[in-house]
Design a protein around this ligand. Structure first.
Ligand SMILES: Cc1cc2nc3c(=O)[nH]c(=O)nc-3n(C[C@H](O)[C@H](O)[C@H](O)COP(=O)(O)OP(=O)(O)OC[C@H]3O[C@@H](n4cnc5c(N)ncnc54)[C@H](O)[C@@H]3O)c2cc1C
Length: 447
């Protein structure tokens, strides 16, 4: 059997084993409601637009009547409304009807948000985070709030990061031992893991002058790195849209190479496989890792990328070729290629694969195992609310899985929530295909 055939057979075997562990859809009535809303939205562009506008406006409304009036306005613009939405419009003719509609809508939007957002503050989220850990799932906390506009906002975000590190480190000392979550071949894996966004750490992001944002963000990032080292926490720098990529990479690689940070803390970056340039970006990271001696290997999280619509729209507005692949299969193939390159680069880097796509995940596990890698040397990551079932299946297989848990209020979470809705309802999404009952052979087909 050639290596490719053996790999494909192993992908199918692992993928099927994981698929069997997916539970049946949850029976919670509100969950069923938001699943129906997602389904309607993924079938009709106008409903999709109405859902996004509704989610966007909810935190700004001042009463249930106000929210109901917004909803009615959006529904009236839909040319062919399904019967359930027509009923909603009929109810709204009277004040009590509007109150009922507004109350139900608020509850549904809040419920949808709570699927993705774990709590309003790190301390409010502690019980859920500790429960996940006890159950065998690690967490990365993400403080909601992106793209700051003033230095004060950036200072406040940095302060929230400090508080989160302190709160989590204090609590993590009481969590029980979970050996497979806290050790790999390179040594201990920190219990506390915080994801940060560079656009929140500086208001000076300028794609044409990356040094401006880099230097300003570095002033807030250095104290964070120091505190993370003292508390033995991991800091992960998320990747955002392409216009902040160069600043982000320059910032992280520059800081981690400074003598002060050579011995720690553990830190990481993200590679987005939807970018046509991502193989070259991975080359750059691996060359840096090979040339830079550090106490703890650079952590690389591989994802597909969350800003696909934005990148395509912006490029088209300028008449440029989009920087992202335009066919989903190309993106998925590139994801598998980069997965293999990253896994082959161990122990130079620690590898995290962030995806809810059963095929992409099974491919990573299969390739790692076929190459003789220990399961502990591959971390799988999911987003809270989107990948909970997959996380549970991976945990049951004794694989290391980490759930990315946003923390913050509904207003700060809107951009995040809208990105998750875009993903959930897009035609090309794995989760959509899964929710619509696509057969397992289709879900596991090679891209
Ligand atoms: C733990 C974790 C951390 C993450 N951190 C980040 C981060 O720092 N930065 C970031 O940008 N994203 C991040 N993401 C989101 C991630 O990039 C994806 O958006 C999300 O995981 C969906 O990809 P998938 O493999 O789960 O699902 P799939 O359904 O297999 O893939 C969906 C993805 O495919 C791509 N795609 C969709 N349509 C097309 C098309 N027509 N042509 C080409 N490509 C297409 C898009 O990237 C889309 O998000 C993170 C995800 C996880 C799980």
């Amino acid at each position: 059997m050639t290596r490719d055939v053996a790999l494909e057979a192993e992908v199918q075997r692992i993928g099927r084993a994981l698929a069997q562990r997916f539970p049946s859809p949850a029976r919670h009535p509100l969950r069923a409601l938001d699943q129906r809303a997602m389904r309607l939205a993924s079938e009709d562009e106008q409903i999709r637009a109405a859902l996004f506008r509704l989610v966007d406006v909810t935190p700004a409304t001042h009463s249930v009547d106000d929210l109901a009036r917004h909803l009615i306005g959006y529904l009236e613009e839909i040319s062919e409304r399904p019967p359930s939405l027509d009923t909603a419009l009929k109810i709204s003719d009277t004040a009590p009807g509007r109150a009922a509609l507004g109350t139900a809508t608020t509850a549904a939007v809040r419920h949808m948000a709570h699927r993705f957002i774990v709590g309003e503050s790190p301390s409010a989220a502690l019980a859920d985070i500790a429960a996940l850990w006890r159950h065998g799932i690690a967490v990365s906390v993400d403080l909601l709030g992106e793209a700051t506009v003033t230095p004060d906002e950036a200072d406040r975000y940095a302060e929230r990061c400090h508080d989160a590190l302190e709160t989590l480190a204090e609590a993590a000392g009481r969590w029980p031992e979970r050996r497979w979550l806290e050790r790999d071949s390179a040594g201990p894996v920190p219990r506390v893991n915080l994801s940060v966004k560079v656009t929140a750490l500086t208001p000076l992001m300028r794609p044409q002058a990356p040094h401006l944002g880099r230097d300003d963000a570095a002033g807030r990032m250095r104290p964070l790195l120091r505190r993370a080292r003292e508390l033995d926490a991991h800091l992960h720098v998320d990747m955002e849209s392409l216009d902040s990529l160069e600043t982000t990479i320059e910032l992280v690689l520059g800081l981690l190479a400074e003598p002060e940070f050579r011995r720690g803390p553990s830190a990481g970056v993200v590679v987005q496989a939807y970018l046509r340039d991502s193989p070259a970006q991975l080359d750059r990271l691996l060359e840096w890792a090979a040339a830079t001696e550090r106490g703890s290997p650079l952590v690389v999280r591989l994802v597909k990328g969350a800003y696909w619509d934005q990148e395509v729209i912006e490029a088209r507005q300028h008449g440029w070729r989009p920087p992202v692949f335009e066919r989903k299969s190309e993106c998925d193939r590139n994801f598998e290629l980069l997965t293999r390159r990253l896994l082959d680069a161990r122990p130079l880097v620690r590898v995290k694969v962030g995806s809810h796509n059963l095929r992409s995940v099974a491919h990573a596990i299969a390739y790692s195992r076929l190459g003789g890698g220990a399961d502990a040397d591959l971390e799988l990551q999911v987003l809270r609310g989107l990948g909970d079932e997959l996380a549970e299946a991976l945990r049951a297989e004794r694989l290391r899985v980490r759930s990315y848990c946003p923390v913050g209020d509904l207003v700060a979470g809107m951009a995040y929530l809208v990105r998750r809705l875009l993903e959930n309802t897009s035609n090309d999404s794995f989760l959509r295909a899964h929710a619509h009952g696509a057969p397992v052979e289709e879900l596991l087909a090679a891209p």
